[in-house]
Design a protein around this ligand. Structure first.
Ligand SMILES: CC(C)(COP(=O)(O)OP(=O)(O)OC[C@H]1O[C@@H](n2cnc3c(N)ncnc32)[C@H](O)[C@@H]1OP(=O)(O)O)[C@@H](O)C(=O)NCCC(=O)NCCS
Length: 174
């Protein structure tokens, strides 16, 4: 069972008992607005069960709950890519609103990135941030990711087109 410890955050695997906390925190529209549409809104118990069915791990951990002082705070994950992109992984993350603004997402992404490079043979981690989300850009910048480009109008979210900012961090250099 994979558990990753930061100073204040613990990244641990998902459990069936996370369902109620997940529904309570993930239903926030400002979380949904910054993630893909497959992240349900409203976030129902059915959505939580569907997520847990595939997130509860079978093998090496890539999908984690972010826990803070023993409390469920959110989620983060590595999404390994395929084919010619197989030495890359996408990083995804969200925290419940009570946990924002305390440096906790930064700690989670720093912890996840160190694990990703130590445990797997990824050459590159990346994330695509909707251009209206400066807090997420800061999380990545503080975690050693650099802005690599802007995909203009790449995302259709919440009824409008928005640019996607691409951030990357390499194993050996920023
Ligand atoms: C984005 C998110 C993960 C940030 O989590 P967090 O724990 O508050 O992040 P941190 O506290 O580690 O860092 C946030 C940084 O953004 C900055 N920030 C916050 N709002 C900002 C704004 N409107 N403009 C500019 N910077 C902002 C903070 O000041 C902080 O930077 P600093 O340490 O240099 O002061 C969280 O808000 C969230 O889950 N949002 C919804 C889901 C999401 O956006 N996921 C990422 C998808 S790419």
């Amino acid at each position: 069972m994979t558990e990753l410890r930061g100073k204040r955050v613990l990244l641990r695997e998902w459990r069936w008992s996370d369902e109620d906390d997940l529904v309570r925190l993930a239903g926030d529209r400002d979380i949904w607005r910054n993630l893909r549409d497959r992240f349900a809104h409203p976030y129902t118990h059915e959505a939580a069960q569907a997520w847990l069915t595939q997130a509860i791990p079978h093998g090496v951990g890539t999908n984690f709950v972010v826990e803070v002082a023993g409390q469920f705070a959110g989620g983060c994950a590595l999404h390994p890519q395929e084919d010619v992109y197989r030495h890359s992984a996408e990083v995804g993350y969200w925290l419940g609103r009570p946990f924002w603004g305390q440096g906790l997402a930064t700690e989670a992404i720093q912890t996840l990135s160190a694990y990703a490079f130590a445990q797997f043979d990824f050459a590159r981690l990346f994330a695509g941030v909707f251009a209206w989300n400066p807090a997420s850009c800061r999380v990545l910048e503080k975690s050693g990711f650099v802005l690599e480009g802007r995909l203009r109008d790449a995302v259709f979210k919440d009824g409008v087109l928005v640019d996607q900012l691409m951030y990357g961090r390499l194993r050996d250099r920023t």
